[in-house]
Design a protein around this ligand. Structure first.
Ligand code: UDX
Length: 436
């Protein structure tokens, strides 16, 4: 099928490449000339495991362009995968989605289905359809269907090729048939639901996961107070299939491009409809506090951080990505710098982006974990990279001036630190070799 994809971020590019890999003729559109130039050479502008390889294998079915009109005029299906960032009031900024909708209305010269993949507030698909019909130039039938995206960064290709489910939101037969054909070769359960339900499935799913994490984080904080161990607790909870054993990892809070934005957007949407969604509001509040959990713990060892050498392991919001959006490191590092600390940061892929955001003053960017730990008075772990999880923990002792390790992602089992002389604090578990 002839498919156009608007936007080449995590959602758009991964969707385009995966569809091309299944034999569709896909044109990816982006306004950024430099990005399009890279992609034309088969280079992915984002770091995502497996994406470059699949892109190169599928180049025969892929075209990249900044010329939106040429891509939309004869496409049978047009996916919208542009961003819907958070506005100041927490609501979703839909201006990029509408820009694409406008371009489609002007350009489409054949019957087509516009598929909204971007996460949009409930009711937006209806509005986009009305908007396109109002602005439409040529006498063709343009349908709008919702097809929310559930991919997670770091596993985006796998999540798309082997999706947990493909949700098709439409009230009409034609877009349903077209989308079932688009996804014919995808081995995943396919659900057809109303358009508004599809939009809600996306928010309700993401927000439920965020809620689950905030809940576990609060239980973890309580575990510390009452002498229980969160790993043992979540292990015990996970055996109940109604609860499940996934997304129960306690830590210094969720980040990324979805959970923070989508929880705020749903909360905003509820308020806008004179409703309250208190559970989600609580999840947001808990997450904001959780991000400072390690700094609070550190205050037990150092009254302030003036002139301290602090090692930071990991700065991305999770491993497997160079994305820093809403990463806990981004709120913690400025606080440490403000307090006069000298930082040594290591991250396998996130440092370039971090440098652009936070700068270099009082920060040394390190190419190895060893370099970051050298002579440190304290070490914070913000991301559970494999390199951190698999390293010999004795390095904390041999390299640091004062071996105090505060781990925001529970990278190690506690017994690794017994009798090492390393003070190891984590989330929801007792501190090993604590200094009284
Ligand atoms: C998420 C959803 O998983 C995905 O389905 C949706 O389409 C987009 O949002 P993503 O943001 O890429 O994907 O990452 P995810 O793996 O879900 O992690 C989000 C954040 O939650 C990370 O900061 C991670 O560290 C944190 N997290 C996750 C926890 O703190 N504990 C967990 O148990 C799981």
């Amino acid at each position: 099928m002839k498919i156009a994809v608007a936007g080449t971020g995590y959602v758009g590019l991964v969707t385009g490449v995966c569809l091309a890999s299944k034999g569709h003729d896909v044109t990816c559109v982006d306004i950024d000339e430099a990005k399009v130039g890279l992609m034309k050479q088969g280079i992915s502008p984002i770091y995502e495991p497996g994406l470059s390889e699949l892109m190169q294998e599928s180049m025969g079915n892929l075209t990249f362009t900044t010329n939106a009109a040429s891509a939309y005029e004869d496409a049978e299906v047009i996916f919208i995968g542009v961003g819907t960032p958070e506005k100041q009031d927490g609501s979703a900024n839909l201006s990029y989605v509408y820009e694409v909708a406008k371009e489609i209305a002007i350009s489409a010269k054949r019957d087509c289905v516009v598929v909204v993949k971007s996460t949009v507030p409930i009711g937006t698909n209806d509005k986009i359809e009305a908007y396109i019909h109002d602005k439409q130039k040529h006498n063709v039938k343009i349908y709008v269907a919702s097809n929310p995206e559930f991919l997670a960064q770091g596993s985006a290709v796998r999540d798309t090729l082997h999706a947990s489910r493909i949700v098709i939101g439409t009230e009409d037969e034609y877009p349903k048939e077209v989308l079932l054909k688009v996804y014919e070769k995808f081995d995943a359960p396919k659900l057809t639901v109303g358009r508004r339900s599809a939009e809600m499935i996306k928010y309700a799913s993401n927000d439920f996961l965020a809620l689950k994490i905030s809940y576990v984080n609060e239980i973890a904080n309580l575990c510390e107070g009452v002498g229980a161990d969160i790993e043992e607790v979540t292990d015990g909870m996970g055996y109940d299939s109604r609860i499940g054993n996934k997304f129960l990892n306690a830590g210094i809070g969720y980040g990324g491009s979805c959970f923070p934005k989508d929880t705020k957007a749903l909360s905003w949407l509820a308020q806008f409809n004179d409703k309250e969604i208190r559970t989600i509001r609580a999840a947001i509040e808990v997450n904001e506090g959780q991000k400072f959990r390690l700094i609070k713990k550190a205050k037990k060892y150092y009254e302030d951080f003036l002139f301290l050498n602090i090692a930071i392991l990991g700065c991305t919001f999770k491993p497997g990505t160079d994305d820093l959006r809403e990463a806990p490191s981004l709120v913690n590092v400025p606080l440490l710098l403000e307090d006069g600390a000298k930082l040594r940061i290591w991250d396998p892929v996130g440092m370039e982006n971090f440098k652009k955001k936070v700068g270099e003053k009082n920060i040394q960017y390190c190419t190895s974990i060893e370099e970051a730990l050298k002579d440190a008075d304290l070490c914070f772990i913000f991301t559970e990279w494999d390199e951190v999880k698999n390293m010999d923990v004795n390095l904390y002792k041999t390299l640091m001036k004062c071996p105090i390790v505060l781990d925001g992602r529970n990278c190690y089992s506690l017994d690794k630190f017994e009798n090492t002389g390393i003070t190891y604090g984590s989330i929801g578990r007792r501190t090993v070799n604590d200094i009284e």
